[in-house]
Design a protein around this ligand. Structure first.
Ligand code: MG
Ligand code: MG
Length: 269
C-alpha cells in the first residue's frame, strides 16, 4: 500500500535527502584517480554520523558498507574495497541515510579523471532520463508514465534499460510501495497523488539490458561488461506537481558545474 506523506513528513524527508546530497557533494571533492572506494565509504560514514544520522545501507540485508560504489560495468550494489580507482573509471555512488525517522536514498555517477566521450554521453543521457521521469510525477498520472518516459528516452539512443532492478517508494523505510520500474507502458500502474514520495533511479547500460548477479549476494554487473550508469533522486508530489527532495547542487558546487536542470522541481515548502 502506498503511504502518502503529510507536508510535515515531507519536510523531514527533505532533510534526510539533503543530507545524502551533502554527503555526495563532500565525496565529489575526494573522487580522483588513486582514491579507494573503502576510503570514500569511511568518509561518508563519518560525515553522516557527525550529522547525528545513521547510514541507512550499513547492515541493510547484511550489506557491509555505508555506500554502494559501483565502478564501470557494475550496475549497482558494489561493495567498497581497497583497490585504487583508475583514471577513466566511472563510479556510481549510491548513499542512504536514516534521520528523524525518514530515509533519504540518492545516487550519482561520477567521472574519475578523463572518461571517454562514449561514456560521458551515457552519463548525460541517463541523468536526463531521470528528469524525464520526474516530469511525469504529476497528480493523476500513473507510475507507468514515469517508467515509459525513462525507457523511451534511453532506448531511443540504443541503450539497455535494466529490468531486474527498479525505483521505489521511500519514507520511513527505504523501500516502500510502489515499485517504479525504468521500463513500462504509459497510462499503466498506480495513480500518482499528492504526498507520494518516490526514489526514481534509472540504471542504464551502454550495451545489453541484461545483467549478472554475483555470488557475493550484492554486486550486479552488465552481462556484456560494458559500462552502466545510475542516477537517483528523491521526489514527491505537492500541489499536483513534482518537487525534488534531493539535489545535485552540492556536487555541482564542488565540481564547478553550472546547471539549471533542477530549477523547475526545486520548490520551497
Ligand atoms: Mg539508492
Ligand atoms: Mg533506491
Amino acid at each position: 500500500m502506498i503511504q502518502l506523506k503529510t507536508i510535515e513528513e515531507l519536510r523531514l524527508m527533505k532533510q534526510s535527502a539533503r543530507l545524502v546530497s551533502q554527503t555526495l557533494g563532500m565525496l565529489a571533492k575526494e573522487i580522483k584517480p588513486g582514491v579507494t572506494t573503502l576510503h570514500l565509504d569511511k568518509l561518508a560514514h563519518d560525515f553522516i554520523k557527525d550529522h547525528g544520522a545513521e547510514p541507512a545501507f550499513l547492515g541493510y540485508g547484511g550489506f557491509p558498507a555505508s555506500l554502494c560504489i559501483s565502478p564501470n560495468e557494475q550496475v549497482v550494489h558494489g561493495i567498497p574495497n581497497s583497490a585504487p580507482v583508475e583514471d577513466g573509471t566511472i563510479l556510481s555512488v549510491d548513499c542512504g541515510v536514516d534521520w528523524n525517522g525518514f530515509v533519504g536514498d540518492h545516487a550519482y555517477t561520477f567521472e574519475v579523471g578523463e572518461v571517454s566521450p562514449e561514456v560521458k554521453k551515457l552519463l548525460k543521457v541517463t541523468k536526463e532520463s531521470l528528469y524525464k521521469g520526474i516530469e511525469q510525477c504529476v497528480r493523476g498520472k500513473r507510475v507507468g508514465d514515469i517508467s515509459y518516459a525513462i525507457q523511451s528516452y534511453c532506448e531511443k539512443v540504443g541503450y539497455g534499460v535494466v529490468r531486474e532492478l527498479v525505483g521505489h517508494g521511500v519514507g520511513r523505510v527505504m523501500h516502500e510501495d510502489p515499485q517504479v520500474p525504468n521500463y513500462g507502458r504509459s497510462g499503466s500502474g498506480k495513480v500518482l497523488k499528492d504526498g507520494i514520495a518516490l526514489a526514481i533511479e534509472p540504471m542504464i547500460n551502454l550495451g545489453t539490458e541484461k545483467v549478472k548477479f554475483h555470488k557475493d549476494g550484492w554486486t550486479v554487473t552488465t552481462a556484456d561488461n560494458k559500462p552502466s550508469a545510475h542516477f537517483e533522486h528523491d521526489v514527491c508530489i505537492i500541489g499536483g506537481k513534482p518537487v525534488l527532495l534531493s539535489t545535485y547542487q552540492y556536487i555541482y558546487d564542488a565540481l564547478g558545474i553550472q546547471s539549471d536542470e533542477e530549477k523547475a522541481f526545486q520548490i520551497d515548502f
